[in-house]
Design a binder for this molecule. Structure first.
Ligand SMILES: [Zn+2]
Length: 254
């Protein structure tokens, strides 16, 4: 039976479960009687727990450290097996975990950059598609046979009266059409005049009244033959027409 001092020297190895069976049994017997050794085993155990929790954790109690060193000197074979408890390859998993974490971080950053680039590209594509759609829409509206076209002018200005006279000198045929004519009082009528180049008096070419839309047309198969018109003109005359034009001329065209 060993004394308290000898037992106390073995407590660290006991706490590490590094003692042979018969000496473990001896220490267990001693611990039942010795409160001091029980307390020390508790200290060693809690110190080891702290060590296991943190790589830079609190140091084991000074006395336990001394005992550990002493035990290592006394039992080089057993102690070596404790020191070698963590061979170099046991660090491989944690090293791999760190590498994996770094790799993951790199991938995440790469992913973020790529996603940003992709978003920018998608926005550009959207903008181009929108411009293309717009051009196609404009083209279709302007050229499609389905579309109806309207020419708009200021609503304040009335359409200008305009007329077109076609004269065939050989046959004396005269065709006259007019648009946008102002309506006339019942006792008034429009009259067309042929004004010759030779300076002789204007020749009356017929009278007409516009319809409700301001349109008028006149076909005269037997007008003056062989005339040389300098221009045609329209005046407003009393109903029935006149021998000479009454000023002003409503419209004229050479
Ligand atoms: Zn003791």
């Amino acid at each position: 039976m060993r004394d308290h001092q000898q037992i106390a020297d073995d407590l660290v190895l006991y706490a590490l479960h590094e003692l042979p069976e018969e000496r473990t049994a001896e220490i267990l017997r001693h611990l039942q009687e010795c409160q001091e050794c029980r307390r020390e085993v508790n200290e060693i155990t809690s110190g080891m727990a702290m060590l296991a929790l943190s790589a830079v954790g609190s140091a084991p109690p000074q006395r336990s450290r001394e005992r550990l060193l002493k035990a290592i000197q006394a039992e080089p074979r057993t102690a070596r097996s404790f020191v070698m408890r963590r061979p170099w390859w046991s660090f491989v998993p944690s090293f791999a975990a760190v590498l994996l974490a770094l790799f993951g971080l790199m991938l995440w950053r790469e992913n973020t950059v790529l996603r940003r680039k992709l978003d920018a590209s998608l926005q550009q594509v959207d903008a181009r598609q929108a411009a293309l759609d717009r051009s196609q829409m404009v083209l279709e509206a302007l050229t499609s046979p389905e579309s109806a076209h309207f020419a708009l002018v200021s609503t304040k200005s009335l359409p200008v009266p305009e007329g077109k006279a076609s004269y065939v000198r050989r046959t004396g045929t005269l065709v006259f059409t007019a648009q946008h004519l102002e309506a006339l009082p019942p006792q008034k009528i429009y009259q067309l005049w042929l004004i010759p180049t030779n300076g002789s008096a204007p020749m009356p070419c017929g009278t007409f009244k516009p319809d409700a839309h301001g349109n008028a047309s006149m076909v005269m198969p037997n007008a003056e033959k062989g005339a040389w018109p300098r221009m045609f003109a329209v005046t407003v005359e009393p109903d029935g027409g006149s021998e000479t034009p009454t000023m002003p001329i409503v419209m004229a065209g050479a």
